[in-house]
Unconditional design. Sequence first.
Length: 601
Amino acid sequence: MIAIVTGCLLVALFTLAASLVRIHPVALGVIYVTVFLIAAALIYERLGFDTWTIAILIGGLCLYLGYMGYTGYAERNYDGPVQLEYIRYVATHGKPPPPAQCLICHHPPLYYFLAAGVLRFFEITRLAPATVGLQIFSLLLFMVLLAFAVKTMLRFTHEKRLLHLATALVVFWPYSVLLSVRVHNDALAGTLMAAALYYTVRFHQDDTPRDILLAGTFTALGLATKSSTVVMVALLLSVVALKLVQKPNRLRILQRAGAVCLMFAAALTFNAVTREPPASAKSRDLCHRVLGNACDIGRHQWVGNESYNYLYIDARSFLKEPYLIAEKDGSGRELFWNNLVKTSLFGTHNRVPDIETSYEVNRNVAGIMNGLLFVMTGYLGIGFAFASKPAARKYGILIGAVGSCVAFMIAFRAMIPAPHHTDFRHIFVVLVPMTLLYVTVVGHARSRGLALEWVGRFLAMAFVALSIFYYVPKRSLIMKSTHTVVSRPLASYGRMRPEGTLWDEASNLIFEENQRVELTFEGERNVREIDISLDNNDGYEIVLEGQTESRVITVGPHPKRRNGLARYTQRVDPPVAAVRKIRLRALSGDQAYSMGHMILR
């Protein structure tokens, strides 16, 4: 503990010095990253982790820093801007905004109070942009989450190979990378839920007063951060109920449980007194009291809410579409299990996958990872089917944690059947018991000398390797070294799209900078004018391939900044005769390229 406090003081002194003396940003970044990684390694060593576990954890932190370096704070964070709006409001006014002010302003305020302090610190010191400072805050929280995850694993296994496999799965799980630097209350909620899980497990195993109080404390703090922490309330109270049945000293258990319930009540009271009262009758109904503005999510995103949607798993759509698209049928959004399991990889996307990582090579990798996850889930299911009663008792607390999380997600989706309400981020903590159960099946196969051990290891190691490859910065190299041709019929884009149409509309042709689009049609045409709509802030090259010549035309970016698509009417003078096909490619822009329509005259 002394080493940790000393390290923090040294970092604080260096930060103060850096704010007073001019240091090149690159040099400052290198120094901070080096200090951060060394401090993290020392902290993990003080916690008793072995060398390979520490190496895996530090490797994960390096990957998270790399991911933060080439993505914006809103990457795979569909409500990132409103999260920042909430934080800025608290930093300015010292209190939460009215619930109706923004989409997420109904959330409990603890994270936003802490994040507002971080925001002001970076605005005053100017050590980094405010959004980067908030991402660093999330990274520090996730570093703590990983520590509690490993400590929970050590409560069930000390076998190094199994521990390392479970640690690698949690550290390099695709959603771990996303959550590690996300500007979102999920960052704090996930950490508090991981701490609550650890102390609940300790209380279940050791029955010590300190552990139930710590479990209650972290759960109460979680309730003051995000409502989904109710899954830990259910788990902790279930453990208390079990002990009331099994243990003789019921009065002592009830006293501890009473203290914990007072903590929960204090957290809920904190949420109530820091919020403004509902302003309208609509906001006072049951749904809005429980879920706030989440009740107002657009019905165009709603899906079926029948028993079929909760019982059926569609393997075909799970394997065919690598990402879960909230507004696209066929991506698995209709089915609870498809939605929940698929979003455990790369989250929920609104219309199209995020542009900074979801390019063609990564889409193929994501497809393979979907397949591996599907097989790994089946592997875990086989282990459950053949589990013995002693094993079920030993790991019952983990099974209970999984059950609590799944029950919450079913209830959440049943209230408002929208894909975002089945996103894995709400119960990210379930990754810890799930990976523990997975490596337990691997260890069981090993103890029996079964080849299934190596099957489980191969699946997990391949999954981890692909996840690392997915997030390693490589986009520029891929775009320069690979070129593909995308062929589409021109007739599919003959309907005029008005200016301002969103660039990611499903009917648009969306492509990447290393892709050349070929628009084909029957016969030959004489072209004197092109009417086309393109993403407004990009530059494009259009090539008309005629019988005797090829004419090159460049358009964009639009001189007047617009939202969405901009329309261009380009005269071709002199006209190009006998055009057989048209080529289109991006010349410059923001990595998001799209065409709404193309009409030849």
